[in-house]
Design a protein around this ligand. Structure first.
Ligand code: SF4
Length: 243
């Protein structure tokens, strides 16, 4: 196993390796993509798991099977559902010794309200996400060579062409997307087959779970992500958008 160091900007040789891997792994199964990333980046690899979505829980289970010392991080926005915080405890109990780390902003909710006014998410959700998600995400990735995301091609038009491996210019490291070829049905099938715990809000009409302020339940058959930032011109938190 080799451990690559993080480049502050895209190294041409690394870009070439990413391009080659992305083509070779384009139709690969998640475990194959994960294995490639573990072999290449070793301890320089970290998994983003929100403990809200089912994709993250599947990746958590796979990573625990393949390389259990891999860091798993979540972003504590201070506005997560109680069920999501409980999922962190559930995961720690199931995967004893798992390297689960929470990252949160230094800006308290009170301080944010004092500086930017109450309910910032209603007026400027991009700024709120920048403070409570993007900045902590940057710290979580600092010093890492690559991160694993739960992005799937079936989730939205924008995500339809997501590669297996890519250079993440926003955060300055490699991003690995093992679930690109799976749809929601396959993810649920894995969850039930392997008895992977999942956020109970999924059974209460929340197919996509973020902060309490910006997540609503959706009706059966509706776009699963339509409950996120409902009524606003926003459908991404900024972690997976170009700089
Ligand atoms: S999802 Fe909403 S409350 Fe959470 S950080 Fe983004 S704007 Fe703020």
């Amino acid at each position: 196993m080799t451990t690559e160091t993080k480049a502050t900007e895209a190294d041409p040789r690394e870009l070439a390796a990413i391009e080659e891997a992305s083509i070779a792994l384009d139709q690969a199964e998640p475990e194959e993509i994960l294995r490639w990333a573990i072999d290449r980046y070793g301890e320089g690899l970290t998994l983003a798991c929100s403990f809200g979505g089912i994709s993250g829980m599947v990746l958590m289970d796979m990573v625990q099977n393949l390389a259990p010392s891999t860091e798993v991080f979540y972003l504590d926005t201070d506005y997560l559902f109680p069920e999501t915080y409980e999922m962190v405890d559930t995961a720690k109990a199931k995967w004893v010794g798992a390297n689960i780390v929470g990252y949160r902003t230094d800006v308290s909710t009170e301080e944010q309200a004092r500086i930017h006014g109450a309910n910032l998410w209603e007026r400027d959700p991009d700024l709120c996400c920048e403070i409570r998600k993007v900045e902590p995400n940057r710290r979580a990735l600092d010093g890492k060579a690559a991160w694993i995301s739960g992005l799937r091609r079936d989730q939205s038009t924008d995500r339809g062409s997501t590669p297996a491996v890519q250079w993440d210019a926003k955060f300055g490291l490699v991003k690995v997307n093992p679930l690109i070829n799976w749809d929601e049905k396959k993810v649920w099938a894995y969850i039930f087959k392997h008895s992977v715990p999942y956020n109970p809000l999924h059974d209460r009409g929340y197919p996509s779970i973020g902060c309490t302020n910006c997540t609503k339940p959706v009706k059966p058959g509706d776009d699963p992500r339509s409950g996120r930032w409902s009524g606003m011109d926003k459908d991404e938190c900024g972690l997976h958008t170009a700089p």
